[in-house]
Design a protein around this ligand. Structure first.
Ligand code: IMP
Ligand code: MG
Length: 181
């Protein structure tokens, strides 16, 4: 397990202990809110993987998991979100929580909500571990938020820089000189 802070990072913003405590709280809230319902937690690969694994285990309720994958896009360059892996199970009539690692511009969640809505779930809510509200382009309804974050590029607990650092057990910010935007 990686323990030392990678040299591309400047500091840890959310410790492993703080992450785990907040994820337990979110799991309890979701379990209480969907008591007795057909609950599906759906996340977006690959970033949501770690959060979903912990969040689902913090839900003291029977819950089914499913996964979507979307293609990368570059905001402001006219790119669009495209689904590269669709759901495995029908969500018609089910209660769905879309679980995201981070909501940044909001474009991904905005697109995924319209896609999921088309399958007629009974309820559809968004749970994001991290929210970067200062960068929002598309307004999206978020029911469950782990942490509100500043406009920094973050890695760890699912978030990557070119595919790396997802397995850090904490959330760290990148050094300014590493961020290429
Ligand atoms: P959106 O801008 O809200 O559509 O977010 C799109 C995706 O960008 C997120 O699901 C992440 O995969 C990625 N992303 C946004 N902010 C960060 C970050 O700080 N670190 C790593 N990935 C990020
Ligand atoms: Mg993501």
């Amino acid at each position: 397990m990686p323990t030392t802070l990678p040299d591309v990072c400047d500091r840890v913003l959310i410790t492993e202990a703080a992450l785990q405590e907040r994820v337990r709280e979110l799991g309890s809230s979701i379990a209480a809110d969907f008591d007795g319902e057909d609950l599906r937690l759906i996340t977006v690969l690959k970033g949501g993987l770690f959060f979903l694994a912990d969040l689902s285990r913090a839900c003291a309720a029977p819950v089914a998991l499913d996964f979507l994958a979307v293609s990368q896009y570059t905001p402001g360059v006219g790119g669009t979100v495209r689904v590269t892996k669709d759901l495995s199970d029908d969500i018609g009539g089910a209660c769905v929580v879309l679980v995201e690692d981070v909501v940044d511009t909001g474009l991904t969640v905005h697109y995924l909500l319209s896609l999921l809505r088309a399958h007629s779930p009974k309820r559809l809510e968004v749970c994001t571990l991290l929210d970067k509200p200062s960068r929002r382009i598309a307004e999206v309804p978020i029911t469950y938020t782990g942490f509100s974050m500043p406009d920094r590029f973050l890695v760890g607990y699912g978030l990557d820089l070119s595919g790396r650092y997802r397995n850090l057990p904490y959330i760290a910010s990148l050094r300014d000189e590493v961020v290429l935007r």
